[in-house]
Write a protein that binds this ligand. Structure first.
Ligand code: GLN
Length: 541
């Protein structure tokens, strides 16, 4: 029997609801239960693919090609359960599907309304594609009290009624702010938030209370009394030094036990040893390395969430702390890179879209290549590496990408420009770019004897993609002659997936996003190897 845990947030946003959900999933999993996490997002965008990373953080891509909320990255990293298309929905998606049904006449003349049509669709989404999971954890985005989350709250209220208490539980994440002048943590915002939930018919079962210090017993009692929950179900969620501590500390505060108790389950014994080991490694590194990340959205680090996590995982595997220094690539277009990049142990250019800062990224690649500093290029980071190699190793004058203007030599271009039946496809200027994105997992064949082959220890791999442009294979021979090797290709040999410079201590660039598949317990081999190379580099400088 699958049980459903609905997770809402109150008081303020950014309380770490995604992480809290993932941590509860991890704790239940550590008790031997099978879990899956899902997220319902109240915004109107059909998916976050069209949202600026500045506003919403990174777009997380699943194996099956869904562009999803970054919280799904937390879910995957904490539970190692691959997220799917059916694990994230937005208001925009719900409405577009309901409207499509209405246009088809599927509602047989009915007046289509928020209740029941929109809420029915949400309920179907929550209950759909559920297998033999013991627990489905359903996180509702936004903060209780927002107008836009109302249909979702109504849907989960109805589900609570339909599933019954033995199959549905409501957990609410709140904040206890500390007021210095009073010298107290305040419970009132929590009381109001719980009341707000009650107003839409949902009585919270468990309250997870974020606070920056110990919550005195008296305050917990007060919350229990006013919010109508048992004292033990008021769980302190205090700030911790590393995110990997979260499942452990929630467990110590009794969260997973309360969930089991509330469902009348004999909580099976739990094993959190692998989490403890990770915390131990993160908090007691044996050394440190500094990695420069040359990107675009560097003022909002959520834009590169999976990337910074994957680098941390690479550090865990090598027992070192990875210090990340973020650079806005545009700076390198005006100023000499040396003053910024001299002394770093590795340089990484991550994925990105649009022209801004690309020449600066190319400068960063050049610096890494010429100075023998480990270089890791991801997606756009591979495309700029190929442009740099074309210009400065193969002397192809005017090499560039068609994403970034009209280069004389399009070494990177829209894949359809040359791939379609031997004809160069021309796209109308204002043509729709939708549908041309390569999304989700694709296989890649590795060249024997290459660094990539060594790192993966496999002939064929599968990695996740999110891009429109590709390296143009018409330049492959010229680039190979100049010393850039194509060590990973799509199985049909048409799309370059990995390039490397065998002469360089560590220069690997990939068209896909390996960071999306790295987990603390299964650090991605490319990140492990890159950080290892950075450790070697740190011994030289
Ligand atoms: N902008 C490039 C493309 O669309 C790279 C995308 C990315 O780095 N994710 O191909």
């Amino acid at each position: 029997m699958t049980r459903f845990i609905f997770i809402t947030g109150g008081v303020v946003s950014s309380l770490g609801k995604g992480l809290a959900s993932a941590a509860l999933g991890a704790a239940l999993q550590a008790r031997g239960y099978k879990v899956r996490l899902r997220k319902l997002d109240p915004y109107i965008n059909v998916d976050p693919g069209t949202m600026s990373p500045y506003q919403h953080g990174e777009v997380y891509v699943t194996d099956d090609g869904a562009e999803t909320d970054l919280d799904l990255g937390h879910y995957e990293r904490f539970t190692c359960v691959d997220a799917r298309q059916s694990d994230n929905v937005t208001t925009g998606k719900v409405y577009s599907e309901v409207l499509a049904k209405e246009r088809r006449g599927d509602y047989l003349g009915a007046t289509v309304q928020v209740i029941p049509h929109i809420t029915d669709y949400i309920k179907e989404f929550v209950m759909g594609h559920v297998g033999d999971e013991d627990f489905m954890l359903i996180e509702i985005g936004g903060t209780v009290g927002d107008i836009e989350s109302l249909p979702f709250l109504e849907a989960i209220r109805q589900l609570g009624n339909e599933l019954g208490r033995e199959r549905a539980l409501y957990m609410h994440l709140t904040l206890l702010p500390y007021i210095p002048t009073a010298g107290e943590l305040k419970t009132k915002p929590t009381q109001h938030s719980v009341k707000e939930l009650l107003a839409v018919g949902i009585q919270a079962d468990i309250l997870l209370c974020r606070a920056d210090r110990e919550i005195p017993e008296g305050e917990r009692k007060k919350i229990a009394l006013f919010c109508n929950v048992p004292f033990e179900a008021v769980i302190p969620a205090l700030d911790v030094s590393t995110i990997y501590q979260v499942p452990i500390s929630y467990h110590e505060q009794g969260l997973d036990e309360q969930v089991c108790k509330r469902f009348g389950l004999d909580a099976p014994k739990l094993d959190l040893s692998r989490w403890k080991e990770i915390v131990e490694r993160v908090t007691k590194p044996e050394g440190e390395v500094t990695i420069a990340i040359v990107g675009k959205y560097v003022s909002l680090l959520d834009a590169y969430k999976s990337l910074s996590e994957a680098l941390t995982h690479g550090g865990i595997a090598n027992s070192v702390k990875v210090n990340l220094v973020w650079f806005d690539a545009e700076v390198f277009e005006r100023e000499d890179v040396v003053q910024y990049l001299d002394g770093v142990h590795g340089i990484l250019v991550p994925g990105g879209f649009g022209e801004r800062g690309t020449e600066g990224k190319i400068e960063a690649v050049r610096f890494a290549r010429e100075r023998n500093i480990p270089y890791f290029g991801i997606c756009l980071g591979m495309q700029v590496a190929v442009i740099e190699a074309a210009r400065n190793m193969a002397n192809i004058d005017g090499a560039g990408s068609t994403e970034l203007g009209k280069p004389k030599e399009p070494v990177v271009g829209l894949m359809t420009e040359w791939a379609r039946e031997g004809e160069l496809e021309k796209r109308a200027k204002k043509g729709d770019l939708g549908g041309t994105m390569r999304l989700g997992a694709y296989p890649c064949v590795l060249a024997k004897g290459s660094r990539a082959f060594d790192i993966y220890g496999a002939d064929e791999i599968s990695e996740r993609h999110r891009h429109r442009y590709e390296v143009n294979t018409s330049y492959k021979l010229q680039l190979e002659d100049a010393g850039l090797s194509f060590s990973g290709m799509s199985p049909d040999g048409i799309l370059p997936e990995i390039v490397e410079i065998p002469e360089h201590p560590w220069f690997v660039a990939v068209q896909f996003h390996p960071e999306l598949k790295s987990r603390p317990f299964e650090p991605h081999p490319l990140f492990v190897s890159f950080i290892d190379a950075a450790v070697q580099q740190s011994r030289l400088v």
